[in-house]
Write a protein that binds this ligand. Structure first.
Ligand code: BEZ
Length: 255
């Protein structure tokens, strides 16, 4: 959400199913109740929106990517979806809860997101979110920056599209907006990638960050991906499986 990233919904569903699978843990934190109205912010292709609806709540799925929303509407015709920017939206109806999984690290203007979420909630409503925390995919970022600098004369740090806050930073930001933060954790989740030897290469080409590689030719891009894999291998590859060095934060906050 909120970035120029060119999402590929089919690839997201086929290769990145773990995103929604892990999100089921966050649903337990949300505890959707029958009859509640819940916004799923950065809903992707709607898998978790559908789970929320199955609990008896009503759901609105919002994503910045029209391609993801189109795919969501195809998969779940009974759900309501809209294309929207998490840092710049307003709704006609107040929400009992705003839920977000694996989306908010794409938006650097986190204050604007907090303001929009606050506006969307009824008084007493809750915000339940999980996304990348401080140090998320650090080995992948460091390997990417090293390869871009050494082989292509590019300063990768300038292109880093992500916002990975600590829980102190993020809780303070929510409190500044007026939220009461009741739960915040920051934990490691080394995540096995599909496709054996090609796992990290596919992560980089599918979900990774186009922003880092935007002006490389297809040939140089593929070469850079391989060089990044070589640089990261010692830390992230074990017994024919690549592990992304994910670190998540989870928060619950009330209006
Ligand atoms: C994440 O879910 O942590 C993530 C996904 C894509 C790029 C960077 C981080």
């Amino acid at each position: 959400m909120g970035s120029i990233h060119d999402w590929k919904p089919e690839l997201y569903d086929q290769k990145l199913g773990f995103v929604s699978d892990y999100g089921k843990d966050v649903l337990r934190l949300l505890q959707p109740q029958p009859g509640e109205m819940i916004l799923d912010l950065g809903c992707g292709t709607g898998d978790l929106s559908f789970e929320i609806q199955n609990s008896g709540a009503r759901v609105l799925g919002m994503d910045y990517s029209p391609a993801m929303i189109e795919q969501g509407r195809r998969k779940y015709p009974s759900l309501d979806f809209i294309v929207g920017n998490a840092a710049d939206f307003s709704l006609d109806q107040s929400m009992d809860a705003v839920f977000s999984n694996a989306a908010l690290h794409w938006i650097k203007d986190a204050e604007a997101v907090a303001a929009c979420v606050w506006r969307a909630l009824r008084p007493g409503g809750r915000f339940v979110a999980e996304f990348g925390g401080r140090g998320n995919v650090d080995t992948i970022i460091q390997s990417t920056c090293k390869v871009l600098s050494e082989h292509y004369g590019i300063d990768g740090e300038q292109r880093n599209p992500w916002f990975f806050p600590s829980i102190g930073e993020y809780s303070s930001l929510l409190e500044a907006q007026g939220f009461r933060v009741t739960y915040a954790v920051h934990f490691d989740r080394p995540t096995p990638l599909e496709d054996g030897e090609n796992g990290l290469f596919h992560w980089l080409s599918g979900l990774g960050a186009d922003e880092f590689f935007q002006d490389l030719s297809d040939t140089n891009r593929a070469r850079a991906f391989q060089q990044i894999c070589n640089a990261a291998r010692a830390k992230l590859y074990q017994d024919n499986v690549w592990f992304a060095d994910y670190k998540r934060i989870r928060v619950v906050a009330f209006k």
